[in-house]
Design a protein around this ligand. Structure first.
Ligand code: GLC
Length: 599
């Protein structure tokens, strides 16, 4: 009877505090955050608690009512998991519809929707696409990175979504890794600075401010240190190195009050991180004091040894609070419930996980404002946002060679010939995680290609011609060849050979064959083995994966912006030098960490 009265008390208080939320400390309705969380937790059934710990990809919902039927606490859009109407309004309408199902549940606990907005709101057509993190690191400008994150947050907020699985604060130590471009650089210092900046940009001064979204530092821990750069591989290093290289970014993120962290697929000396209680609970939560919630990666718990039920038991007991299932949610729910009933997963672990999740939902203001704030929707892709992204592009470019001061190029030359497969391809310059998971080719969204930017910049009297293979350059005054990688994401980008392709090299050779100065621009998610491409080019710029605002490249090559970008990766001479990192003994890269020329 006593318990019942306590519960009633909280129900009354809780419903009051939701209705007339007051900040007046003298008001009897002011509840502390913990009191609000405890009052909701006290009302929850086991099914409702387990539902909060379950994250499903929208594309795997058997029916949308399952959000209500199974008390799902979170949905996500994996890369490319978009509504058929892939417009800002289409996303906001979809989000609000999903949310409406969550609010039909008994306790009306709002849904928390997550997405990989990792270089802008990159699933959404028309959103501004920023340079990937390797380029943002090369700006060496944390305040610019914070501003870019704030803009991304505003664009995500405009679709209703309140959680991005970003920043990736991997410290990529081996460029053969397909996710090298998702990190800021090869040493912890740049990662610490940018991790703090990005978290502050996304989360703002308060999580419930208009335009603030939940950040997610990922992937804890050691994702960038696997042997041979193998994606989801084994990070074979001692604990001192794991802490000194791969853990410092998390300390910065926690200092910046990050409220979600994603666990990593990789193993540490043979032990899968998703089952490692020492790292996930004793170190991350207890020692480092992480108070937010820990989300698994996509189907990552399935990789643990044993059957699915034992995977759930191991990962939840290790410290995972929310599982990105994201397909077989009914099986997950049933297994976890059975594990709790058999006391294989203590109810105290469930309560801790649910409290962490509820706390963040309260901090986000989701209980008070669960639906899209449509005043932000028109901001998506705005020209003011594009101007900031263009500045990020300018500041990310690294000038590696400029013989005889070939650059900056005059805007009033008679003729400029452009070549290379990456010159006029928006999809290529955006890279992976753009509109689709792996990225694509051509006009995948709104933006400016490098060729278009060149044409926008030169005088009316200047003739700009283009051939993908470099032929036809005779008679031009200057040649620009844009080469590099085609899009990839995650393990699909793992490479054993990072040499410039023959096709790309031939384009430079043919351009140079016309006897004119040649600038080579490299579009890539990492340093590549340049070889002859460097020696036959008069000038060479690493543009990384600049995103939609190709105009920023033109600003640099025509001298409207004096390049300031600096390498955050040591540039290897040959494949044989990889891995090569700042601080190595007998360190002899082609270009050292921190290198970059200016005019
Ligand atoms: C992926 C990635 C992770 C991403 C998640 C959701 O496998 O490892 O970075 O946030 O799944 O798309």
């Amino acid at each position: 009877m006593k318990i019942f009265l306590v519960v009633i008390f909280f129900v009354v208080i809780f419903s009051q505090s939701c209705k007339n939320q007051t900040t007046d400390p003298s008001s009897p309705n002011t509840l502390s955050l913990d009191q609000k969380v405890d009052s909701v937790l006290a009302l929850m059934t086991l099914d409702e608690k387990i539902g909060q710990m379950t994250q499903v990809d929208r594309s795997f919902l058997e029916k949308e009512e399952d959000i209500k039927n199974y008390f799902l606490g979170s949905l996500l859009s994996g890369g490319g998991s978009s509504p058929s109407n892939n417009s800002p309004a289409g996303w906001a309408d979809m989000y609000d519809r999903y949310q409406s199902f969550a609010l039909q549940t008994r306790l009306k606990i709002p849904l928390l929707y997550g997405i990989d907005a990792v270089h802008g709101h990159n699933n959404v057509k028309g959103a501004v696409i920023f340079p990937h993190n390797i380029g943002m690191g090369a700006t060496n400008n944390p305040s610019l990175v914070e501003e870019a994150a704030r803009i991304t947050a505003a664009e995500v907020y405009g679709t209703g979504i309140r959680w991005t699985f970003s920043p990736c604060i991997a410290v990529p130590r081996d460029e053969r890794w397909g996710r090298t471009y998702e990190g800021f650089g090869e040493i912890p210092e740049i990662t610490e600075a940018m991790s703090e900046a990005m978290v502050k940009g996304y989360q703002g001064n308060k999580l419930d401010l208009p335009g603030s979204i939940l950040a997610c530092a990922k992937h804890f821990v050691g994702d960038g240190g696997t042997e041979g750069g193998k994606d989801q591989g084994d990070t074979k290093i001692n604990e001192a190195t794991l802490r000194s290289i791969h853990m410092k970014g998390y300390i910065s993120a926690i200092k910046a009050r990050v409220k979600s962290i994603m666990a990593s697929y990789n193993s540490w000396n043979g032990s899968k991180i998703h089952g490692n209680k020492y790292l996930l609970t004793e170190v991350l939560k207890n020692e480092l004091g992480f108070k937010g919630f820990l989300v698994s990666d996509w189907e990552a718990i399935d990789q643990l040894p044993g059957d699915y039920k034992s995977d759930i038991e191991t990962s939840i007991n290790a410290g995972i609070d929310m599982v990105m299932v994201p397909r077989k949610y009914k099986e997950f729910l049933a297994n976890l419930k059975s594990l709790v009933n058999d006391n294989k997963v203590p109810i105290s672990r469930i309560n801790d996980a649910v409290k962490r999740i509820l706390k963040v939902k309260f901090e986000l203001g989701l209980f008070e404002k669960p639906y899209t704030d449509r005043t932000f929707t028109p901001l998506i892709g705005s020209s003011s946002h594009r101007e900031v992204a263009r500045d990020c592009v300018r500041q990310s470019l690294v000038l590696l060679k400029n013989e005889n001061n070939s650059l900056p190029i005059s805007k009033s030359l008679k003729r400029i010939h452009v070549a290379g497969k990456n010159a006029n391809n928006l999809g290529y310059q955006c890279g992976g995680w753009t509109i689709s998971w792996q990225g694509g080719s051509g006009d995948i969204t709104t933006g400016t290609t490098i060729l278009q930017a060149i044409k926008n910049t030169v005088s009316l009297a200047t003739n700009v011609t283009y051939s993908i293979d470099g032929l036809g350059a005779e008679g031009a005054d200057f040649g620009i060849v844009v080469i590099g990688e085609t899009p990839y994401a995650e393990g699909n980008g793992d490479r054993s050979d990072l040499n410039i392709s023959q096709e790309d090299l031939l384009a430079i050779v043919k351009m140079k064959g016309a006897g004119i100065p040649v600038l080579t621009i490299l579009i890539s998610g990492r340093p590549m083995i340049l070889g002859q491409a460097l020696s036959i080019s008069d000038a060479l710029i690493s543009a990384w994966l600049p995103g939609t605002e190709g105009q920023g490249v033109a600003d640099v090559i025509f001298g409207d912006y004096n390049p300031t970008g600096r390498l955050t990766h040591s540039w290897p001479r040959t494949m044989g030098q990889i891995p090569i990192n700042y601080g190595d003994s007998n360190y002899d890269p082609l270009f050292p960490y921190g290198f970059g020329l200016s005019y």
